[in-house]
Unconditional design. Sequence first.
Length: 223
Amino acid sequence: MTHTAIDDGERVRAGSELAAFSRALYERGWMPGTAGNLSVRLPGGTALITASGRDKGDMTAEDMVVVRADTGEEAAPGPLRASAETTIHSAIYRTTDAGAVIHVHSPYATAVACRTGHRTHLNSLRIERFELLKGLGLDDPTRTEVPVFPNWPDVPRIAADVAGHLAATPHAPPALLITDHGITTWGRDLAQARNRLECLESICQLLLMAGPELPAEKERLNS
Ligand SMILES: CSCCC(=O)C(=O)COP(=O)(O)O
Ligand SMILES: [Zn+2]
């Protein structure tokens, strides 16, 4: 099967699952005002991703676009445009074995991304000791460094940063933050990516409740 010949039954099944996850994440308040995007890897080097600018609380299987998994190029002409952030999903599919990617603007992770990130440099959020780290599938579940990327207006530039970081960091956690923007997680399927997102959103809530300064923030303030 080539990347343009997607089995229609598979496309509708995957599209229905994407739509259901999107509606559920919207209901939690994590995809306000059309924010966020989700994708799944499909056979034949493709991926299915949410269309750009749609109300994420009102998605159906028809609101999805087939793209090339490795580049994000739309696989066939059609009326819908793929998410404006498709290249970030492609960067993850190119450099990991992820089967699904979720990006949301959930409040606690986004607040931590705002306070930890740098406008022009890659930073990272060190997380230690939280029991919820065990939900991320890490080699060492006692600690991790979640990268925090600059929110370049040119999305492919964010994607290039992400691809470079993941290619150079074999034990990177299945998650990233974009400062002033949001959080992205991935896993073998949407359920695993969503569970990892829940763990990180909860950890970020706890970090914000635990003290006035975040670890990376302290370093940044002292530098
Ligand atoms: C109103 S949110 C601005 C764009 C964004 O950050 C996002 O997550 C949604 O973009 P998409 O093109 O996937 O709708
Ligand atoms: Zn976004």
